[in-house]
Write a protein that binds this ligand. Structure first.
Ligand SMILES: Cc1ncc(COP(=O)(O)O)c(C=O)c1O
Length: 441
């Protein structure tokens, strides 16, 4: 094995990279060797501005010593503790800290290790909740087209990504319906913030209720802002409408805030930003600033209490060996501490006007079909090359990396979500780079 900085083609072979074109990558690898603040460095020393917070997770920037030290100290004190029928103090402290910043009423926390696990956990809690209160016929789950809820069987079932549904079609969770997505280029292209049109798409839920009867429906899950399929900001009033319909019919509403959580929209959670109260929120990513894998489900008092009514015993037959792992709890506590001290849970609000202005300045460039933004999030939709979907998006991604900026590509859509510590000059650098790359083509 060669030294990490001089990997040969052969050294690259054993690793099967996730969500990656392995053959393309191994022919022309992009490697990162270290990171600090807003930047990565490649093994040959090139500085790369991180415009996606790693993968929507490094909200406080890279290499935060407070987190590293907290994790190291925790591992030296208590490296592992079984989470079943046992506890350790940092798990309880972190749960309380999360509840402090969560929307009022979401006052219980179940820990997982990823966004995918959080989604599957929330779906299982929803089903078990109805059963616990004697409504066991409520088994149907409702997701949405173009939703990404991770890679578990539950997540890909309620998710709305055609490739998943094609590849694993025979093994998806039964009894799932999908609401229509809210993407509407015709009416909403180049909206600034929440688009004006499309709240009525929530009414499709009424149609599903009429079809199946509410007594058969357990939960609706949506991302407040869909991220992975290209940044789809909810139309004004849409989430409120979903909430009203769910409440009217006793259906639980789950917000998947794996990417919108921890300050991305300008509030701690999108639920607060949009003023809509879900019954559960799924979390991961920013929870530990990306340092240690961890996820969580925030659960309402009513849902939690429903489980506490029956005879004593294990109330929820579910959990992970690494639920509330001590190192993850330490990373979570240190991250929340930084977020609070540095005002990062609301900082996106003050940067959003500059972000929006700079983003929409790309409007007249070649191939630009739409620009959509919210908080410190951007979706830049490009016209695809004929017969080669995703090729233009990939080329823009690759050229930005060559010019020293890491962006994210989803088909022909470029998504941005920088660390929340970003400075105005770095916002300029990101958009100047995109401008130069788009002009080249
Ligand atoms: C909304 C949403 N849910 C779930 C996930 C899955 O998270 P993980 O990759 O940690 O399993 C993601 C990942 O990007 C996400 O964006």
């Amino acid at each position: 094995m060669s030294h990490a900085n001089t990997l040969t083609r052969e050294d690259l072979e054993a690793l099967w990279l996730p969500f990656t074109s392995n053959r393309q990558f191994k022919a022309s690898p992009r490697l990162l060797a270290r990171a600090s603040g807003m930047h990565y460095w490649t093994p040959d020393g090139r500085q790369i501005l991180d415009a996606v917070a790693g993968l929507w997770c490094v909200n406080a920037g890279h290499g935060r010593r407070e987190i590293t030290q907290a994790v190291a100290g925790q591992l030296e004190t208590l490296d592992y503790a079984p989470p079943f029928q046992m506890g350790h103090p940092p798990a309880f402290v972190l749960a309380n800290e999360l509840v402090r910043i969560a929307p009022a009423g979401l006052d219980h926390v179940f820990f997982t290790n990823s966004g995918s696990e959080s989604v599957d956990t929330a779906l299982k809690i929803a089903l078990a909740y109805h059963r616990a209160r004697g409504a066991g016929t409520r088994t149907r789950l409702i997701g949405r087209e173009r939703a990404y809820h991770g890679v578990g069987f539950g997540g890909i079932s309620v998710g709305g990504i055609p490739t998943n549904r094609r590849t694993w079609s025979a093994s998806l969770v039964p009894g799932v319906d999908h609401l229509p997505h809210t993407h509407d280029l015709e009416r909403n292209a180049f909206s600034r913030g929440a688009p004006a049109y499309g709240a009525e798409r929530a009414d499709e839920l009424e149609r599903l209720v009429a079809l199946h009867d509410a007594s058969n429906i357990a939960a609706v899950i949506v991302e407040p802002i869909a991220g992975s399929t290209g940044v789809l900001v909810p139309p004004r009033g849409y989430l409120q409408r979903l909430r009203e319909i769910c409440t009217r019919h006793g259906i639980l509403l789950i917000f998947d805030e794996v990417i919108t959580g921890f300050g991305r929209t300008g509030a701690p959670f999108a639920a607060q930003e949009f003023g809509v109260q879900p019954d559960m929120i799924t979390l991961a990513k920013g929870l530990t600033n990306g340092c240690v894998p961890m996820g969580a489900v925030l659960v309402s008092k009513a849902v939690y209490e429903a489980f506490m009514q029956g005879p004593e015993g294990i109330e929820l037959f579910h959990g992970y060996t690494y639920s509330a792992h001590p190192s993850a709890c330490a990373a979570g506590l240190a991250s929340l501490d930084i977020y609070r001290r540095e005002g990062l849970l609301t900082r996106a609000k003050s940067l959003a006007p500059q972000w929006e202005e700079a983003a929409h300045g790309l409007r007249e460039l070649p191939h630009v079909l739409d620009i959509r933004n919210y908080g410190l999030i951007l979706g830049l939709e490009l016209a695809g090359e004929s017969g080669r979907p995703g090729a233009r998006g990939f080329e823009v991604y690759r050229r930005c990396f060559e010019r020293g900026v890491l962006v994210r590509q989803s088909g022909d859509i470029i998504a941005l979500s920088p660390p929340l510590i970003i400075e105005p000059a770095q916002i300029e650098q990101i958009f100047e780079t995109l401008r130069a790359v788009l002009r080249e083509r």
